[in-house]
Write a protein that binds this ligand. Structure first.
Ligand SMILES: *Cc1c(COP(=O)(O)O)cnc(C)c1O
Ligand code: SF4
Length: 338
């Protein structure tokens, strides 16, 4: 007879001592460009404090440790350092039309069969290209009332087969809340799939702990995690161990990346990312063209370059290793393949 371990019995990495609990990792994160540059031995003038005003810098040390010191072009640094390029007035503040699609506080139903819950505005890291940097979040907690509202809405709409937890980052919310949510979701028989869009585990790998794996294991709906990894350098030994924990919890792992100028807009960079992902049993799902968000337009890559990269990937990788190149177009019934 095979012995089946429940997630709470799964071997927990040595690095998961309370001393580096994920909440503590968040508390001690870097919160200014000046501090970030200093930690990497770079001139503070590389950053722009004015650009931090509406969207502060936030970088946990776990992510910082994967950057190369004294390299102003480090692909991880470029994703998180606020610079003067953000002050450009181009782009819009609601590039994907989410404000309009919000049916009730935090629940968006733009696509057939799927309800997306914007559970929180909080994240483990602040990505400068983020399309939600201007989103009118009301508060950062999973309020009891919102929670009830979503569950009632889902229960009353049998067309909802899939519940997508998004944010911000849904894993900013404590596991006890998700455990309660999943327990209630299990009583709604038309919900077959639960999808979690998160960058948290990659930024702070110790987020995937026994408490998180416990509510995942209790879900009767099939669980998918869509990780947001933009560069192969984001995947270090701690991230590999974290991915092993997710795999052992029977979670289907997908990745969504954003095509970003100077970060990952070369064939070599995308090939290395996709190869690393499939070797870890994470399927590249989408490669998103940037949403035209104000403050993030300097990351924009032309469709021509995007197509060349995808054709290049097709030549060297198995079909399942090539992501779909998509763009979100407000008002369309699905993400638009390019
Ligand atoms: C992207 C997105 C989804 C999911 O789309 P998939 O193509 O199924 O990944 C659902 N709801 C909203 C609002 C989205 O932006
Ligand atoms: S983790 Fe996601 S939602 Fe949060 S800032 Fe980054 S891209 Fe935006």
């Amino acid at each position: 007879m095979t012995e089946i371990l429940t997630p709470s019995q799964l071997p927990v990495e040595g690095s998961l001592q309370p001393a580096c609990d994920w909440r503590k990792a968040l508390k001690t994160a870097i919160r200014s460009g000046r501090e970030l540059c200093q930690a990497l031995g770079l001139a503070a003038s590389l950053g722009e404090a004015q650009a931090e005003q509406d969207f502060p810098v936030l970088v946990p040390h776990e992510f910082l440790s994967r950057m190369e010191a004294q390299n102003p072009r480090d692909p991880l640094l470029l994703q998180v350092l606020a610079t003067r390029f953000e002050l450009a007035p181009t782009g819009t503040t609601d590039p994907v039309g989410e404000v309009e699609a919000t049916q009730m506080h935090g629940l968006l139903q733009k696509y057939s069969g799927r309800a997306l819950i914007v559970s929180t505005g909080a994240c483990a890291i602040h990505c400068r290209y983020c399309f939600r940097r201007h989103f009118p979040y009301q508060d950062d907690t999973l309020g009891k009332a919102a929670f009830e509202g979503w569950l009632n809405h889902i229960a009353n709409d049998p067309s909802i087969e899939e519940v997508i937890l998004s944010g911000g980052d849904p894993l900013s919310i404590v596991d006890s809340s998700w455990l309660e949510f999943v327990t209630r979701l299990n009583t709604i028989s038309h919900v077959k799939r639960l999808r979690v869009h998160t960058r948290f585990p990659v930024v702070i790998p110790q987020r995937v702990d026994a408490a998180m794996l416990d509510w995942v294991a209790r879900s009767e709906a099939a669980v998918f995690f869509v990780l947001h990894i933009n560069h192969a350098q984001e995947i270090d030994a701690a991230v590999r161990q974290m991915l092993a924990r997710l795999r052992s919890a029977n979670i289907t792992l997908l990745n969504q990346a954003v095509l970003l100028k100077d970060v990952n807009d070369s064939l070599a960079s995308q090939e290395s990312l996709c190869r690393t992902l499939i070797n870890e049993q994470v399927l590249p799902y989408y490669l998103n063209q940037l949403d035209p968000v104000q403050g993030g337009m300097h990351f924009d890559v032309s469709d021509e370059v995007a197509h060349e990269i995808i054709s290049g990937l097709r030549r060297v990788l198995p079909g399942y290793g090539v992501p779909q190149l998509v763009r979100e177009v407000p008002g369309e019934a699905h993400k638009m393949p390019l």
